[in-house]
Design a protein around this ligand. Sequence first.
Ligand code: F6R
Length: 260
Amino acid sequence: MKVLILPDAQAAIQRAADIIARTVIAKPDAVLGLATGGTMLPLYKALAQRHRDEGLSFAKTTSFNLDEYIGLAPDHPCSYHHYMQEAFFAHVDIDPARAHLPKGDAPDPQAASLDYEALIEAAGGIDLQLLGIGQNGHIGFNEPTASLGSRTRIKTLTDSTRRANQRYFASFEETPRYAITTGVATILSSRKCLLVATGEDKAEAVANMVEGPVSAACPASALQFHARATIILDEAAASALKLTDYYENVHPQGQDSIFD
Ligand code: F6R
C-alpha cells in the first residue's frame, strides 16, 4: 500500500485529482471505477475544473460506479445516478452511454447485479478504481463481514451507514436499506485502486484498513492484498496510524517515491 499523507483535505483532493488526470492523459479510453459520497464532491469539482481550464477530457473514458440504492429510479434526487449527474457528468465531456451505474430500480436487482459484473468484464475491467471509506470500514457498500471474495450483488446496509447517509433523505426510515454494490473481489480485480479519506471521523477505519489485520470486519483491509493500492489521506484521517513517520519518510508531502 502506498500511503500518502497531505496536510489538509484540499491538498489530498488535489493529489487524488492529479492521479486521476495522469491516468486519463496516459490512457484516454481508461475504464474508471467511480464512487459517491461527501468526500468525492470536491474531487469531482476539481476534475471538472481541470476539464474547463486545462482541457482534461473524459470523452473516451468508460465509467462504472460502485453502487446504487435499490428502489430509487435514476431521476430520484437521492439516487447515485442523480448525484453523479449533478456532481460530475454534467460538467465534463463523458459520453453518457458509457457512464454506468447499477440499476437500483431494476425489476430483478439480483439479475441486474450479474449483468453489471459482466458489463465491467466486457469493458476489459477497471483501470483505476476510486474509493471512499465508511466509518465502519466499508468500501462500496461492502459492509463489515461482507465476503472478501464477493462480486456485484445486493447488500443490506448497516444502521450506521444508513445513519451516515440519512442527511440526504427526509428521515432514517426513508433511507434505503438495500443497495447493489460491486463486491470486494470486483474492487480487487481493478488494475489500480485509489482510496481517498479526509477528516477525523475516518481515522479509526483508516487505521484498521492500513495497519489492522486483513478481515471481513473491515472490508477495506482487503486492499492490503492489492499490489497497486494508493491511499490518500489528510492529516486528520491519518491521525490514528502508528507508522506515520514511515509513510512520511517514504512519501514526503504525499509525493511519489521510486521505491514504495
Ligand atoms: C459511495 C461508496 C461509499 C462511500 C463511503 C464514504 O459510492 O461507495 O463507500 O465512499 O461511505 O462516504 P463519505 O465520503 O460520504 O464519507
